[in-house]
Design a protein around this ligand. Structure first.
Ligand SMILES: *[C@@H]1O[C@H](CO)[C@@H](O)[C@H](O)[C@H]1NC(C)=O
Ligand SMILES: *[C@@H]1O[C@H](CO)[C@@H](O)[C@H](O)[C@H]1NC(C)=O
Ligand SMILES: *[C@@H]1O[C@H](CO)[C@@H](O)[C@H](O)[C@H]1NC(C)=O
Ligand SMILES: [Zn+2]
Length: 487
């Protein structure tokens, strides 16, 4: 009897653990007509929801309509986009992402931006506006300069819905009724630190953010009209302005959004239409602070409509109110800040490393393949920028940042150890002057044969060595746009 019971449990668990695979195997293309939450294998986990009025969702895309719209976009705009999924929700809905770029899916020395909509299931305006944004860019590429600039100099990743289950349940949290914007690891309190306790939507975002290395990002919310920036929490849990190291940069980025919005900057409640998160109301486990601390991404939380779920006939107006802001926030990645790459002077290769700015306790990492960095900074300031790579001598440069972006490439010398590169030390010891003037002296002396052979050989090696460096440097540097400054 005991054995039979445990056998039954065994069968039960095996079927539970296989049911997600069975489910996804039956929906290979990801395009299906019905709602995913109807899947019987998932019913076990989802508590039944009270029937709510369907009116509120009228005119909004359902999850399967959104999926179809994403796939249709991918087909229509295949020359400048790619569709991929970063995981699935609790109920098994794929979290589809649209990447927009002239070289989607490829590594380039360009910054990446991500937009996330619908992290709160009952705030669906963002998911609609993000589809309108993607389609607008596709329609206006090579016609409108902003659309063209986004496609050609940024990799824009758009996740229209981070919480499709919450959307279909018309609730803030996901299918487990967890608020995803409280589910990230927190800097002040040891909450959400257990990787296995996290929601699948949160895990997907964290893995994705570590993989792509976004320069900046924003999530779209509803219920207010304001651009919110870090920190979101305070150490003492009190409501207070709590500035992060990049407070000036963030105030600038948030202002880009509010300034180009229809009337966000006219807010009575928030001066200039922007707010520090903690001075509004502190939250813990939010996505915004996590991005800045752990993913190197300057993230804003954008509240884009006072009404969380406005009638669908207002969506076109909301799109008009937000269009310029959404585009210009992405474009601030290439129109402001300091950008460039780090190279090694001995081989000319890209050198992944770190960029710091004096007076700002924050380190920006270069990206791996091209060692390009994109350091957002508030315009109109004097900055001292330093490039650091272990094993190389750091270099520092002063810049005056106007409204436009500045480009600075760093070419770093290796730290020469006593038993370092002999050939390089020989070349650095002025072998140019030796070969020019040295010969004369030696030829005038009697014992020149041995020296002459040695010097000619050394000179030839130096020549080969320096030619290789120049060749490598010019080969590497021709990838990016024209680089006016190198230090
Ligand atoms: C989805 O529905 C359409 C019409 O409503 C039908 O033509 C199509 O075959 C259906 N697709 C699947 C996968 O059930
Ligand atoms: C912005 O405009 C909308 C629509 O015209 C209006 O409802 C809202 O109150 C305005 N908000 C501010 C802060 O001016
Ligand atoms: C800089 O930030 C780190 C955390 O990222 C912190 O540990 C350190 O104390 C800060 N340093 C200063 C000088 O504020
Ligand atoms: Zn929200």
């Amino acid at each position: 009897m005991e054995l039979n019971l445990s056998f039954l449990f065994f069968v039960f668990f095996i079927s539970l653990s296989f049911s997600p695979f069975l489910h996804s195997a039956s929906v290979p293309s990801g395009l299906e007509n019905g709602s995913y939450s109807n899947s019987h294998s998932r019913r076990l986990f989802v508590k039944s929801q009270p029937q709510k009025s369907a009116d509120v969702a009228k005119g909004y895309m359902t999850n399967s309509e959104l999926e179809a719209a994403i796939m249709a976009f991918g087909k229509r705009c295949s020359n400048i986009s790619r569709i991929y999924s970063i995981g699935t929700s609790v109920n098994g809905v794929p979290l589809w992402v649209i990447e927009i770029s002239d070289k989607p899916g490829q590594e380039e020395a360009e910054p990446a931006f991500k937009y996330i909509g619908n992290i709160h299931g009952d705030e669906p305006v963002g998911r609609e506006l993000l589809m309108l944004l993607a389609n607008w860019i596709c329609d206006n590429y090579l016609k409108d300069p902003s659309a063209t600039l986004v496609v050609e100099s940024v990799h824009l990743h758009i996740l229209p819905s981070m919480n499709p289950d919450g959307f279909s349940l018309k609730q803030r949290g996901n299918a487990n009724n967890i608020d995803l914007n409280r589910d990230f690891p927190d800097q002040f309190f040891p909450m959400n630190d257990d990787a296995f306790g996290r929601q699948p939507e949160t895990t997907a975002i964290m893995r994705w953010s570590r993989e792509i290395h976004f320069t900046a990002s924003a999530s779209l919310h509803g219920g207010a009209l304001v651009a919110n920036y870090p920190w979101d929490g305070t150490q003492d849990k009190r409501r207070n302005y709590y500035a992060c190291p990049d407070d000036d940069t963030f105030r600038f980025l948030a202002s880009v959004y509010s300034r180009f919005h229809h009337n966000m900057s006219l807010s009575d409640e928030f001066q200039g239409g922007i707010t520090n998160g903690a001075s509004w109301y502190p939250i813990y486990g939010g996505m915004q602070d996590w991005n800045y601390i752990h993913a190197g991404s300057f993230e804003l939380t954008l509240e884009i409509s006072d009404n969380k779920w406005p009638p669908a006939n207002e969506l076109a107006t909301l799109w008009n109110y937000n269009r310029r802001s959404m585009l210009n926030l992405v474009l601030s990645l290439v129109q402001t800040g300091v950008h460039g790459r780090i190279f090694s002077s001995d081989s000319g290769r890209p050198l992944p490393g770190f960029i710091t700015v004096e007076g700002i306790n924050y380190t920006v990492k270069t990206r791996r393949v091209f060692a390009d960095y994109h350091r957002l900074l508030a315009p109109g300031g004097r900055y001292i920028v330093m490039a650091t790579v272990p094993g190389y001598r750091s270099k520092t440069t002063h810049i005056w940042l106007e409204e436009a972006a500045t480009t600075v490439d760093f070419i770093l010398d290796p730290v020469v150890t006593p038993k370092g590169n002999l050939l390089q030390s020989a070349c650095e010891c002025n072998c140019g002057s030796l070969s020019r003037y040295g010969f004369v002296d030696f030829f005038q002396g009697g014992h020149f044969e041995v020296y002459a052979i040695l010097i000619v050989a050394l000179g030839f090696l130096c020549f080969l060595f320096q030619r290789r460096i120049k060749h490598n440097l010019s080969k590497q540097r021709q990838y990016g746009p024209k680089r006016p400054v190198a230090v």
